[in-house]
Design a protein around this ligand. Structure first.
Ligand code: PBG
Length: 326
């Protein structure tokens, strides 16, 4: 029986804030979030990223201090990107034992032992050409790149990363990394696959933050075309078959339908990446007084969770904690 007006009145349950809170189906909590850091060389360094107000490139000591505070507020995990001292054709710093991210992982595991440390795995911040793999004759080579991804994953796991998050979009990388990790005894390191990652204009500010703009061409030969939903499900299914522990949809806002589709089809924990451009849009509008920042941020993030995300990677995480009094 569904009832009908006037006996049925939907507004009864919206009458007071307590009533609304009681019947709310989706509510955010600090434990929903993963916070990204851009790690730079040096000490005491905080270099603001102009297109991402509130976000800075931080040296390892600053990351540790900041992460400790976030952990106290209830954020369970951080995601690390590195800005190496120098870049080369093969992205050597990505897999160096003392590479910037490996150093950060060690320090975080020592000083914030409860915090989950996720290492982004990609070569684009480390290669001189800015592509996510080895370039030969102007092409990004898939299988040769897998070797370097394996090396990088091993360096990250050796440093103590809890989770490796490949964001390169090479074919076969999840299986390749899983095998490499297991062979060297890192069977406990998890894999958070950037499964459905689209070639997106929303990564613009990130490329300033991570200094990873491709020096020629674009990433369309490896990242997905934004029109493709069925292909996204195939990508996720492949990653699951290759041994992924988490699946991801990225970006989030223009791909909410895929978050829902993935949630309905697959049972892995689902991560949504609320990317740099999504963050920058809100910050810019709020700075102009055009939008109420807290209100629209909470609405966007609630929407991503309601669409089916279990975890959200978001630069808004510290603001959210503050707004929630955490
Ligand atoms: C690296 C990588 C990118 C992002 C995460 N990992 C950039 C890209 O693929 O060009 C984007 C994240 C963001 O925009 O916040 N491959």
């Amino acid at each position: 029986m569904t009832g009908a007006f006037p006996a049925l009145r939907m507004r009864r349950l919206r009458r007071t804030e307590t009533m609304r809170r009681m019947v709310r189906e989706t509510a955010l909590s600090p434990s929903d979030f993963i916070y990204p850091y851009f790690v730079t060389p040096g000490r005491g360094a905080r270099q603001p990223v102009s297109s991402m107000p509130g976000v800075s490139q931080l040296s390892v000591d600053e990351v540790v201090a900041d992460a400790r505070e976030l952990a106290n507020r209830g954020i369970p995990a951080v995601l690390l990107f590195g800005l190496p001292e120098s870049k080369d054709e093969f992205g050597s710093d990505a897999y160096a034992r003392d590479g910037i991210v490996q150093v950060a992982i060690r320090e975080l595991k020592e000083h914030c032992p409860g915090l989950i440390v996720i290492a982004d795995l990609c070569l684009c911040e480390y290669t001189s050409h800015g592509h996510c793999g080895i370039v030969e004759d102007g092409q990004v080579r898939n299988d040769a790149t897998l070797e370097l991804l394996n090396k990088t994953a091993l360096a990250q796991a050796e440093a103590g990363a809890d989770i490796i998050a490949p964001s390169d979009m090479m074919d076969g990388r999840v299986g390749s990394i899983r095998k490499a990790l297991d062979e060297k005894g890192y069977s406990e390191a998890g894999i958070m696959a950037y499964s459905a990652k689209f070639a997106s204009g929303f990564y613009g500010p990130f490329r300033e933050a991570a200094d990873s703009t491709p020096q020629f061409g674009d990433r369309r030969s490896y990242q997905m075309d934004s029109g493709n939903a069925r292909e996204a499900m195939r990508e996720i299914e492949l990653d699951i078959n290759e041994g992924a522990d988490f699946m991801m949809v990225k970006p989030a806002l223009a791909y909410l339908d895929l978050i829902r589709m993935a949630r309905d089809r697959f049972d892995l924990p689902l991560v949504a990446y609320n990317v740099s451009g999504e963050y920058a849009m809100v910050k810019a509008a709020a700075a102009n007084g055009w939008l109420d920042e807290e209100r629209v941020t909470m609405e966007i993030l609630t929407g991503i969770k309601r669409a089916g995300a279990d975890m959200i990677i978001s630069y808004h995480a510290p603001d959210v904690c503050r707004w929630m009094g955490a």
